[in-house]
Design a protein around this ligand. Structure first.
Ligand SMILES: C[S@@+](CC[C@H](N)C(=O)[O-])C[C@H]1O[C@@H](n2cnc3c(N)ncnc32)[C@H](O)[C@@H]1O
Length: 253
């Protein structure tokens, strides 16, 4: 399979789990342009194969993106699929957000420039809650005054809102049923194909070495994220988009 076909399959796979994934990307890109102008310098945390980075670069021809991830297979796919399209407007960096050294690696990769925005989608739920607060604080330190953090992810309803929790789960299930029936791959099926690509075996082995055995974080609700952003030093924190338990939260440095 070509890299661009594998990336397209990733997008279809992810869209089955994120009901209005493109709408969520759109608000991130629109706010970036409104707040930072047509040529922002953006850090995409846990970029995976670069879906959000690509939306930013496609919509804002003056933008530059540093995509950061720790999965060698997904970084390889991002490079193969996106470098030919975006050249040096996209830089990819291998760094572990669970390791306090990641901001220094980002600063090095940016060569002394200060980013206008730090963005992330469908990713920071992989971090344990105390680690997430630390990553928000490290992101705040990276940003220029007035810079933005935008994080799009599921922030789950909890026992305080049982009806909303039930409806959100039912909506997720219905979205998955519909998309999988229409041919979108499941997470497992996508990984089977990705791992079977000719060059993928050593990358997959390294991925397993890095991530196997990491604890599964508990779900967190949106009010946790808003408090965490404030605690992390953002001057303003708020929700800028929501579909049931899928949100984009904003921090203004
Ligand atoms: C579901 S993917 C989302 C990728 C992309 N942002 C998107 O919206 O399609 C989650 C990403 O988080 C990355 N990730 C998880 N833990 C990480 C860590 N500790 N450091 C860096 N990246 C991490 C994974 O490697 C994966 O690429």
């Amino acid at each position: 399979m070509t890299p661009s076909a594998l990336l397209a399959a990733w997008d279809a796979q992810q869209a089955a789990y994120v009901a209005d994934r493109e709408g969520r990307f759109r608000i991130v890109v629109e706010l970036l342009e409104l707040a930072c102008g047509p040529a922002p310098l953006v850090v995409d945390l846990a970029c995976g194969p670069g879906s959000l980075s690509a939306r930013v670069l496609d919509a804002l021809p003056g933008a530059r993106v540093l995509g950061v991830d720790h999965d060698p297979l997904l970084l390889d796919l991002a490079a193969r699929a996106l470098d030919p399209l975006h050249g040096d407007r996209l830089t990819l960096l291998d760094a572990d957000l669970d390791d306090d050294g990641w901001p220094a690696l980002v600063r090095d990769a940016l060569g002394g420039e200060t980013p206008d925005a730090v963005v992330s989608t469908t990713a920071l739920h992989w971090l344990l809650p105390p680690r997430l607060v630390a990553v928000y604080a490290q992101a705040a330190e990276l940003l220029r005054p007035g810079g933005l953090l935008l994080n799009g992810d599921h922030f789950r309803f909890d026992g305080r809102t049982p009806a909303l929790k039930r409806l959100a789960a039912a909506h997720d299930e219905a979205t998955q049923r519909r998309d999988h029936a229409a041919g979108a791959p499941t997470w497992e099926a996508w990984w089977e194909v990705a791992r079977s690509q000719p060059h993928a075996a050593p990358l997959a082995a390294e991925r397993d070495r890095r991530f196997d055995g990491r604890p599964a974080p508990p779900p967190t609700a949106v009010d946790f994220h808003l408090a965490a952003l404030t605690q992390a030093g953002f001057a303003e924190a708020g929700t800028v988009w929501q579909l049931l338990d899928d949100y984009v939260v904003l921090g203004v440095r």
